[in-house]
Write a protein that binds this ligand. Structure first.
Ligand code: FE
Length: 195
């Protein structure tokens, strides 16, 4: 079953449920839309970028972020997102290890920190292939890693979401935290790009 088919099925069920709740007066019309709009308005890769820039400039924050991502992003008023509480684990790229995130089961993703997920993240091809042949998949994104770099693939679940802490670009030493955040891309936070 393709992700697109799953999405369509879930969308129909949600719409039907929403209509029933509204018809029976259990939910004011458009109340759900307003909740979702408010949530999405706060969901952006700019949030993840802010977390990364703080980690690059504040060693104490970086240590707390890697030890307990959920608590560390809460210091900045952020969370992984979602209605149910989700644990956030932040994994750090180094010269020796490159991390990449997937949800093999469906499309779990830290929406609040990365914004709505891209179509390819939800695709059957990415979900199945990145686990088996991460280097080939990363090469298709234009990311060619040295042969001696270890690639670690993290599989998200409904309880745990992952975000990559990318390596700070060379030559960015003099930049302020705000400018550093501007260098961070969504794909770098997933691990399908470097900076
Ligand atoms: Fe999922």
């Amino acid at each position: 079953m393709s992700a697109g088919h799953d999405d369509a099925l879930v969308s129909r069920r949600v719409r039907r449920l929403e209509t029933l709740l509204e018809e029976r007066g259990l939910l004011p019309a458009h109340a759900l839309d307003e909740v979702i709009d408010a949530f999405l308005a706060e969901a952006s890769p700019a949030n993840g970028a802010r977390v990364v820039a703080r980690a690059w400039t504040d060693p104490g924050f970086r240590a707390r972020l890697l030890a307990d991502g959920t608590a560390a992003v809460a210091e900045l008023g952020l969370s992984a997102g979602g209605v149910q509480p989700q644990r956030l684990r932040v994994v750090e790229n180094t010269a020796a290890v490159h991390n990449v995130v997937v949800c093999t089961l469906c499309s779990c993703y830290p929406i609040r920190l990365l914004g709505p997920s891209p179509g390819w993240y939800k695709s059957e091809a990415y979900r199945s292939r990145v686990v088996r042949e991460p280097r080939s998949v990363l090469a298709e994104f234009g990311l060619h890693l040295p042969a001696d770099t270890e690639v670690t693939v993290w599989d998200s679940t409904s309880e745990t979401r992952y975000m990559v802490l990318p390596r700070r670009p060379e030559g960015s030493g003099g930049l302020a935290e705000e400018d550093l955040a501007g260098l961070v891309t969504r794909n770098a936070l997933i691990g399908t790009a470097e900076l």
